[in-house]
Design a binder for this molecule. Structure first.
Ligand code: NAD
Length: 266
């Protein structure tokens, strides 16, 4: 028996809490005080989930979101800091006693023309990798045991990574940003294999979404209006609806779901 399996069995015996404090399943959504993350967290809270909201700095917004959804909570953590990333999972578990769904939504972007190679400095590469790739990895690694504990054969636990269409096609705000999202997509598939069947792992790869991150992306907005079959970018709630479907389905794993209004067809 592997070390991990014996640890899980030991933990099964010592399970602290069998249901969330409201008898509900618990979802942590990183970066959930704005944009796509907030829409996903609200949607899950309106469904059956006790939600742990999180952000790097918007404490007042996070606390008011948690207050608006009974049983929910808010945690502040800078995910570019490994210690804070690890603490985030332990704080969520000590507050709620379990974790069923982890949505790795928090991310950063930098706009650099693709031909300006020297502008994409090693510092920029490292900071993007830290938040967009290493932080999701750390959170998943820290949450693995809890996710396995809450998993049932008829209802596996769920990890959902928010990547980008730029991680699939040679597009995006900058080459380093796109490369981080390609890494996240590949990590999604690799983990889907190694964490199954207790934990499903999927990603949504949005195109343009109307959020604070994309507010200055005028060229992208024009591109979506002129070239995408749907003629516009997405609203965060439309991505949240896909997230809700991915969480609700108990069979889907290893999928990267492109949500770009059909731009990839043109
Ligand atoms: P946003 O700026 O509204 O949200 C980003 C969130 O990430 C914020 O809540 C912020 O607190 C959090 N965050 C950033 N750095 C952090 C750090 N160091 N520690 C902790 N949290 C941190 O933008 P959004 O558009 O909602 O982005 C959400 C996700 O969607 C990101 O991963 C982004 O790459 C991805 N995405 C967005 C678009 C788009 O067009 N908006 C397209 C494709 C993918």
């Amino acid at each position: 028996m592997s070390v991990i399996v014996s640890r899980i069995r030991e933990n099964e015996k010592n399970r602290i809490v069998t249901e969330g404090k409201n008898g509900e399943r618990v979802a942590l959504v990183t970066g959930s005080t704005s944009g796509i993350g907030m829409a996903i967290a609200r949607r899950l809270a309106e469904e059956e989930f006790t939600v742990a909201f999180h952000s790097k700095s918007s404490v007042v917004v996070g606390q008011s979101l948690a207050e608006a959804h009974p049983g929910s909570s808010y945690f502040q953590a800078d995910l570019s800091d490994q210690t804070q990333s690890r603490n985030l999972i332990s704080e969520v578990l000590s507050r709620h006693g379990r974790l069923d769904v982890l949505v790795n939504n928090a991310g950063i972007s930098t706009t650099i023309p693709h031909a300006s190679l020297k502008e994409a400095s090693p510092e920029i590469w490292r900071s993007l990798y830290e938040v967009n790739v290493i932080a999701p990895w750390t959170l998943i690694a820290e949450a693995e045991i809890a996710l396995r504990q809450s998993s049932r054969s008829e209802r596996p636990s769920c990890i959902l990574n928010i990547s980008s269409h730029a991680g699939i096609r040679p597009k995006g705000a900058s080459i380093p940003y796109s490369a981080t999202k390609a890494a996240l997509n590949h990590m999604t598939k690799l983990l889907a294999l190694s964490l199954a069947p207790q934990i499903r792992v999927n990603a949504i790869a949005p195109g343009l979404v109307d959020t604070p991150m994309s507010k200055d992306w005028t060229a992208a907005r024009k591109l979506w209006e002129e070239r995408s079959p749907m003629g516009r970018g997405a609203q965060p709630e439309e991505v949240a609806q896909i997230a809700s479907m991915v969480v609700a389905n108990h069979y889907l794993t290893g999928e990267i779901i492109i949500s770009d209004g059909g731009l990839n067809l043109t």
